[in-house]
Design a protein around this ligand. Structure first.
Ligand code: 4NP
Length: 160
């Protein structure tokens, strides 16, 4: 079993969407017993809340159900030990998660999700759509679909 954790700031927009997009790909390929996905925020302000209603609506438009997800804050060192791949949405998340890895022992498994983009290879951060209009949410989903496909190909190569 490989475990994947998607991390953003609030765990109500970008990382729950990444979790939903990635899980749908995993299920489509019949790999749900071998690959587990979860998400968390570096901040805890929205702990216990469902994803942002706008993100739920835009994701639903593409066939992803985010409505049952619940926000939580990343916990260190547990999450750093537990997960095999920890994928951050932007450079600030990356810096914050690296800082939680005080001994640097999990450094290799922490990295930017968009490193796995193929179509949007020139984009390195998922912008926070919180203060944007609907186009911002659609753009986030475009980036996540691209990167999650590349990520799944990589993890499939790592499966026993
Ligand atoms: P996210 O977006 O990191 O993609 O979940 C955010 C949503 C809310 C806040 C920050 C980021 N906030 O500070 O409330």
């Amino acid at each position: 079993m490989k475990k994947v954790l998607f991390v953003c700031l609030g765990n109500i927009c970008r990382s729950p969407a990444a979790e939903g997009v990635f899980r749908a790909l995993v299920e489509k390929e019949g790999l749900a017993k071998q690959i587990h996905a979860d998400s968390a925020g570096t901040g805890g302000w929205h702990e216990g809340e469902p994803p942002d209603g706008r993100m739920i609506a835009h994701a639903k438009g593409r066939g992803y159900d985010l409505s049952t997800l619940v926000a939580r804050q990343i916990s260190a060192p547990e999450d750093l030990k537990n997960f095999d791949y920890i994928l951050t949405m932007d450079n600030s998340n990356l810096k914050n998660v690296h800082a939680l890895d005080t001994k640097g022992e999990h450094h290799a498994k922490i990295g930017p999700l968009l490193a796995y983009c193929r179509t949007h290879a020139q984009v390195h951060e998922v912008p926070d759509p919180y203060y944007q209009d609907g186009n911002g949410f659609e753009y986030v989903l475009d980036l996540l679909e691209d990167a999650c496909q590349g990520l799944l190909e990589k993890i499939k190569r790592d499966l026993p």
